[in-house]
Design a protein around this ligand. Structure first.
Ligand SMILES: Cc1cc2nc3c(=O)[nH]c(=O)nc-3n(C[C@H](O)[C@H](O)[C@H](O)COP(=O)(O)OP(=O)(O)OC[C@H]3O[C@@H](n4cnc5c(N)ncnc54)[C@H](O)[C@@H]3O)c2cc1C
Length: 420
């Protein structure tokens, strides 16, 4: 087996496949290997709909072999160690591989063990997560027949920061449709201070919360899950303001504890597990203090190694970790990698932190948050062609885009190297 390549891409997920496809579209002679251990490639954005019974899980998966761009060598293996000074990396079974240029796109990993009791709760089905098994979410939601339906997320960075609340809105809609509203409380508890960082979107989402009669709890960080008692212990992320207090009108059965903590009992619990960069990135010199891959925020080139680039969930970019962000990162990375390949300096520093979050707010409505590093609302002008004047408002056409349009574009255009 060949052990040295002009370009090695680590990870055959959204970022890795899109990068390889666009590189080859520009120059089909490039020698590219993708290291990817998984047999299956997933379209994860649809998992939110799967969790609400509105999308078939099977349609979110395709064999990895089908999405590998023609001309790429697929090395079915796992990277275990990086040696950037020697332009080498170690793998689990192939041994040591040498590269001229390296693109890192291994995504992130779930770390349920960072919350006490969460691994057990997930294993026993006491807690569910669209991040791990969206079909289980739907199974549990169908069984729900009243009480507290609790939705929460961790204090770490997570992919698609909006996903923990999207499933809460869908569940609230489902609960209404089942006529369970009067005997249910839908609670969204988050360590964050507001429901969403972008002002225009925040306004709409607060109206959605009010419309459903949901209980919104900011400054709530989940720290322990008791599977037997079916309750979550939260600590305030702003103890000086003692935000974790029982509201006078609360019907949730909360219990106040010392040191600014509170427990909320639940009949249904959805949680986004804590998340982190994979160990081989965390343990390398390429990571920043928090373990994420340290790339330039605008060029996506590594800060200390000119022949290394990175993108997607693993990258230390101060914007939301989404496939939509990757869509805008890939053309910048590709142009810069091709410059370096021709012994030129990188010139494209145009990535401004674009990311987007399709906030499904009901079984037939959606709000589309598009924003940059500064949290400015930056809606795509192309939305006008879909007759969507203001994507910060709930819209049925946006929901149809999420359910049908985006999956089509993903499989048929983006993974094939088109810049859409
Ligand atoms: C529930 C949920 C909802 C979401 N909703 C949206 C949404 O609405 N819109 C949106 O744009 N995004 C959404 N996302 C986020 C989006 O799916 C991710 O941001 C995107 O897939 C990240 O791409 P990536 O290439 O960085 O990582 P991934 O696509 O996760 O791919 C990483 C790949 O690297 C491989 N890998 C890992 N470790 C190694 C190793 N050591 N060696 C070699 N290969 C390795 C993995 O097997 C994997 O195939 C959602 C995600 C989830 C979970």
């Amino acid at each position: 087996m060949k052990l040295n390549y002009q370009i090695i891409i680590v990870g055959g997920g959204t970022g890795g496949i899109m990068t390889a496809a666009q590189l080859l579209k520009t120059n089909s002679k490039l020698e590219i290997a993708i290291i990817e251990p998984s047999e299956t490639h997933y379209y994860q954005p649809a998992w939110t709909l799967v969790g609400a019974g509105a999308f078939d899980y099977k349609k979110t998966a395709k064999p990895m072999a089908e999405v590998m761009p023609k001309g790429v060598t697929w090395i079915k293996d796992k990277v275990t160690k990086l040696q950037p000074e020697a332009n080498r990396l170690e793998t689990a079974s192939t041994g040591i591989l040498q590269y001229d240029y390296l693109v890192l796109a291994p995504g992130l990993v779930m770390k349920p063990d960072l919350i006490e009791g969460l691994p057990e709760a997930l294993e026993r089905g006491v807690a569910v997560s669209n991040y791990i098994d969206p079909e289980k979410t739907w199974e549990k939601l169908r069984d729900f027949n009243g009480g507290n339906a609790l939705f929460t997320q961790p204090t770490t960075s997570i992919k698609c920061g909006g996903a923990p609340q999207k499933i809460a809105y869908l569940a609230a809609d489902y609960i209404q449709k089942q006529g369970l509203e009067a005997k249910s409380n839908v609670v969204f508890a988050t360590p964050g201070s507001v429901i969403f960082g972008v002002k225009e979107i925040r306004t709409t989402l607060m109206q959605v919360i009010e419309k459903y009669g949901m209980h919104f709890r900011p400054f709530y960080a989940p720290v322990k899950i008791d599977s037997d008692r079916q309750e979550v212990l939260f600590k305030s992320t702003h103890p000086e303001e003692n935000q974790c207090v029982i509201n006078e009108d609360s019907r949730l059965g909360e219990e106040q504890h010392g040191d600014f903590s509170i427990t909320i009992p639940f009949k249904f619990l959805h949680i986004a597990p804590p998340q982190a960069a994979p160990d081989f990135i965390r343990d390398s010199v390429l990571a920043n203090g928090n373990g994420w891959l340290e790339v330039d925020h605008h060029t996506l080139q590594h800060k200390n190694h000119a022949n290394i680039f990175g993108l997607g969930d693993v990258a230390a970019l101060p914007t939301a970790k989404t496939g939509a962000a990757i869509r805008k990162q890939v053309p910048v990375l590709v142009e810069n990698l091709l410059s370096v390949l021709q012994d030129r300096a990188v010139t494209n520093n145009s990535y401004q932190g674009y990311s987007s979050c399709p906030l499904v707010t009901a079984y037939d409505k959606m709000v589309l948050a598009e924003f940059d590093y500064e949290g400015n609302f930056t809606p795509d002008p192309k939305l006008k062609r879909l007759l969507i004047k203001d994507s910060s408002k709930e819209h049925r056409r946006l929901y149809l885009l999420k359910k049908y349009g985006l999956p089509y574009l993903y499989w048929n255009k983006m993974l094939k190297g088109a810049t859409v």
